[in-house]
Design a protein around this ligand. Sequence first.
Ligand code: PLP
Length: 376
Amino acid sequence: MSMHDQINLRLPGPTPLPPSVLAAMARPMIDHRGPEYAALQAGILKGLRTFFQTEHDVLLFSASGTGGLEAAIVNVLSPGDRVLAVSIGVFGERFARIAEAYGANVTRLEIPWGKATGPEELAAALSVDPPYDAVLLTANETSTGVLQDIPSLIAALKAAPSGAPVVLVDAISALGAVDLPMDSLGIDLLVTGSQKVWMAPPGLTMIGVSAKAWAYNARARMPRFYFDFVRQRDAQSKGQDSFTPAVSSLFGLHEGLNLLNAEGLQAVIQRHQEVARLTQAGLAAMGFTLFADEPHRSPTVTAALPPPGLDAKALVVYAREHERLVLGGGQDRLAGKIIRVGHMGWVEPEQISKTLASLERCLNGLTIPAGAGRPS
Ligand SMILES: *Cc1c(COP(=O)(O)O)cnc(C)c1O
């Protein structure tokens, strides 16, 4: 693997794309109701099932990841349903707001940013005023660089005396790089997005739907049209999409999945752990403070506070202008306070070394040497 791009795009999505993915996206259009499309869709669904580790339906919608979260909510809930939204950052809060926008009765379990949710905290929140119809979880909080321990959280849900609610997981920046076996864990709705781990462009959201989620769907009364699961399942059973899908993005996703499946799930997971370790160690060695709690650091994105005296926003601007290194900044209350380095998808240690070397030069360029007497 070599990085041909001039720009070192180190965002937590979109990510750099392999040449074969870019080439696939340049293919001529096809009939989205014809046999070529049916074959493309079948190939994608087969590839996705390996990473979702599911025998259940995987639905494809042409939308950003947020569209997938909205689809998940409106297809299993009714206005007034009681939802426990576990929020550990920007994306957990977004999931909660979508549920509220459609009239769910949302209770938040808010965890300090930079930390993960403990299973006992979740069990305690569930027991305060049971029962809940649904629980919303974020697998990997992209705004803080925290990876939750989803298996332990689901175990706490299953053990709830009030009965297990339906479990919706935003795994948009986790799935593919993290072992999240949907069926054996008992995740009911598992949502991801094409521009994160999948070596694919933005434009698609992919949602795993369990049997329990279908049972909820049968009585869910939240309004929905474009994102209707039943219509999409029926269309997919004929090798089609409900409407006109983002064909070029699907070409890219198909090739991304070919590459990921050739590498293999375990190897992809290990590669992400390795690049994460290198990123964390390199930033710490340069004087950054890693934002996420030690045992919960994300394999796909690292958030860090710059060394004392250095402005995070100035660093992001300097890196872009002087190194063609494109970093993520902080969101919401972390705006201007942290940088985020994306390391998901098509990334190997080589790209991390390059990134760290660029950052080192940025620090040197931005730091006033002692006694240099910069004019004020
Ligand atoms: C990127 C991301 C989203 C939002 O995806 P969009 O494609 O920007 O709508 C939601 N949740 C998480 C955890 C993400 O990383």
